[in-house]
Design a protein around this ligand. Structure first.
Ligand SMILES: Nc1ncnc2c1ncn2[C@@H]1O[C@H](COP(=O)(O)OP(=O)(O)OP(=O)(O)O)[C@@H](O)[C@H]1O
Length: 679
């Protein structure tokens, strides 16, 4: 009770809502910030740092000849230099974008070991004195430079031209764009890109439609910083481009020149440069930090009515797969009929995601063949590997991953637009309708609940007119309240598509609601497969037994109804099918049939095994006690809390596990259990 009381009082103001719990009108002091306290001593160096920037600027502003400012700023020299600065800074920023976006992509996404050297090289101008950069540019592109003398021979001169100004500016400002963008790309990750790829978008389309919109805040701030750096560039420009009025003398160079000749004008131009720089910095700080700001500024569309495209005729074919991926020890085969759903289950690391990656085309098998109907999607013998975006094998992952920069309708249109469909909007509406999500068509993707978002993700997948559906724990991220309706919607939609479906799950409810067959993976191999009823009623593998919530023990038949386990343990039960003595078989019995005693009981029960208590788990109404029998076999018993307390059962306690023989079903091993790797 005490515990409940305590937890209820804290939950009234959970941490994620803490801001709204502050009393109205209260002002949160900086040092009270939940993000972390600022030690008192830090205020002084922080203030000194700010003053170091502020005092010189204010001092300079105080010395400016304010009444004469308009005349000073509109002198011919000043206007020419300012216009040249703006022109060259815009040009160099454009060049930075063209070169910097691909460079940041390579740095963020490539895994080659040489990448860190490339990164160090790209960032070098950040730490180089600009004059050194200018000298390097001169050595490369000057009249007698490494490249320059060839250009000179062709009648092209770069040094001391406006082009040289742009090159000098690009040299120093490119890292500002690349650093910011690479960081943004890394933090966004590749999950959205995988979704886009398996929903039919080519790599270029994925970049333009998904990646760049997602990193827009980083891209904007990187671009603005690069522009600001180009505008203020001095040393490299002077060294490589010189100071020719109207051609290479930008505003910083003009300021430097006027410093000796006309200090008032130098101050006025400096002020102008500071104002432009401040405007740029303000722009960076007010640019959207996440896609959210942009998302919420997009106009809501009207939820559309019944204007949906007719459902395309499904020409679904059987999915057949057989292949290996050696470095992951993966070797599987699978057949999924049209309209059938196969649940792939297994412990963490069993190879489920690897199998999905191989089917989606995101991974290349060492050897393998994947066909859906007559279409060969992978065949290593002929070198066939249809790229993921052309497979129409659509992957629906654990999280909906709706594109946050698109609204619901835009998300659903993504697939048909990527594949060049003529009526993407109508196809999207039909898919939204099929997934029970049409009513949210006009909503922002980020304003939906988890359950609503999962339906929209389903609609986005259906709109791709999939050949096969891959569902990777589609409800794992949903709460218990939203999962059932999302499961029903998915079951209905999967039936409607009629395409073969592979479902990875850890959840028995998913299996029961969606699957026709179960495949159990262990260590990258299929260890068991069968219909849902077969596998759940008589699970042969330990994972399937756990999924079905029953105990299973493997051995060889010693006599009719007697199974001999390793370590000399015998299990007595009712044999379900005839099999010769010595044949492999397995015993299945529910945890509710296992009784636990502290002393060996006498009388009718036939199975009495000494065991040690390993774990206790609250099953909501019962305590599941896991026991380890002397030969290492683990089994579960469901007991009441009172019984556990009365016997003092806790991990390490010795006890006796007892099961009546009539509660144990003994099944001869059938073809469902594979003890050898798949061929
Ligand atoms: N990117 C990778 N590179 C190399 N090996 C990997 C990679 N991803 C997974 N593996 C390895 O492949 C094997 C199968 O992993 P996989 O992720 O397919 O298992 P899983 O069944 O999906 O696990 P989980 O349920 O935890 O998602 C594991 O041994 C894992 O360490």
């Amino acid at each position: 009770m005490t515990h409940w009381h305590r937890s209820s009082s804290t939950s009234s103001c959970p941490s994620r809502r803490r801001r709204s719990c502050a009393p109205r009108g209260s002002v949160r002091r900086l040092s009270d910030s939940p993000a972390g306290r600022v030690p008192g001593w830090a205020i002084i160096p922080a203030a000194l740092g700010a003053l170091l920037v502020l005092v010189p600027i204010v001092s300079m502003a105080a010395r400016v000849d304010w009444p004469g400012l308009p005349a000073l700023l509109t002198s011919e020299n000043a206007v020419t230099a300012l216009l040249l600065s703006l022109r060259t800074a815009v040009a160099s920023t454009l060049v930075c974008l063209v070169l910097g976006i691909p460079l940041a992509l390579v740095l963020a996404r490539a895994h080659h070991t040489g990448i860190r050297w490339l990164r160090a090289l790209v960032l070098l101008p950040l730490v180089l004195p600009p004059v050194v950069g200018g000298l390097a540019l001169l050595a490369a592109f000057g009249r007698t430079g490494l490249v320059g003398h060839y250009l000179e021979a062709g009648g092209i001169r770069i040094a001391f031209t406006t082009v040289a100004v742009v090159m000098a500016q690009v040299f120093v400002s490119l890292p500002f764009l690349v650093v910011g963008l690479e960081g943004a790309l890394r933090s966004v990750g590749t999950e959205y890109e995988k979704v886009a790829t398996t929903h039919g978008a080519s790599p270029t389309r994925t970049l333009l439609w998904v990646t760049l919109p997602l990193v827009a805040p980083g891209l904007i701030s990187g671009t603005v910083l690069a522009f600001a750096r180009a505008l203020g560039e001095f040393g490299a420009t002077l060294t490589f481009a010189g100071s020719l009025q109207g051609t290479t003398r930008t505003l910083p160079l003009e300021i430097y020149l006027q410093r000796e000749v006309d200090p008032d004008q130098a101050l006025a131009l400096s002020l102008l440069l500071i104002v432009v720089a401040l405007a740029v910095v303000a722009l960076v700080h007010n640019s959207p930090r996440s896609g959210r700001a942009r998302r919420h500024s997009t106009r809501r569309r009207q939820a559309p009515g019944v204007d949906t495209a007719p459902r395309p005729r499904v020409h679904a074919g059987t999915l057949t797969w057989r292949g290996t991926l050696r470095d992951r020890g993966h070797e599987t085969e699978l057949v999924v009929e049209p309209g059938q759903t196969v649940a792939v289950v297994g412990a963490n690391g069993a190879g489920k995601s690897t199998l999905m990656g191989l089917l989606a085309g995101l991974l290349n098998p060492d050897e393998g063949r994947l066909t859906v109907g007559d279409d060969v999607l992978t065949d290593t013998t002929t070198g066939t590997h249809v790229p993921p975006h052309q497979r129409r094998v659509v992957l629906l992952g654990q999280r909906p991953l709706l594109f946050p920069h698109l609204d619901v309708q835009g998300n659903a249109e993504f697939g048909p637009r990527s594949s060049g469909e003529k009526h993407p909007a109508a196809i999207a509406r039909r898919a939204l309708d099929d997934a029970g999500a049409l009513q949210w068509a006009g909503e922002h993707a980020t304003s939906l609940s988890g359950g609503q978002a999962s339906r929209v993700a389903l609609a986005r997948a259906l709109a791709c007119n999939p050949r096969a559906l891959l569902l990777d724990e589609p409800f794992a991220a949903l709460d218990v309240a939203s999962a059932p309706s999302a499961r029903t919607a998915l079951a209905q939609a999967v039936r409607q598509t009629g395409c073969p479906t592979v479902l990875v799950t850890h959840d028995l409810l998913d299996v029961l609601a969606l699957a026709d067959r179960i495949v159990v993976l262990e260590g990258g191999r299929i260890v068991e497969s069968g219909t849902v009823t077969e596998v759940l009623s008589a699970p042969a593998s330990s994972f399937a037994a756990e999924l079905a919530g029953v105990n299973v023990a493997h051995g060889v038949l010693e006599a009719d109804g007697v199974l001999h386990l390793d370590g000399g343990v015998a299990v007595h039960g009712r044999q379900k099918a005839a099999a010769p003595m010595g044949a492999t078989a397995f015993a299945v019995f529910p945890p509710s049939s296992v009784a636990v005693y502290l002393e060996p009981p006498h009388g009718s029960p036939r199975n009495v095994w000494p065991a040690e208590v390993a774990t206790l788990t609250d099953q909501g109404g019962a305590i599941r006690v896991t026991l380890v029998v002397e030969n290492g076999t683990r089994l579960s018993a469901d007991l009441t809390a009172a019984a556990v307390a009365e016997m003092g059962l806790r991990p390490g306690r010795q006890a006796w596990a007892v099961v009546k023989a009539q509660e144990v079903a003994i099944h001869p091993s059938s073809g469902r259990l594979r003890t050898t790797p798949a061929p």
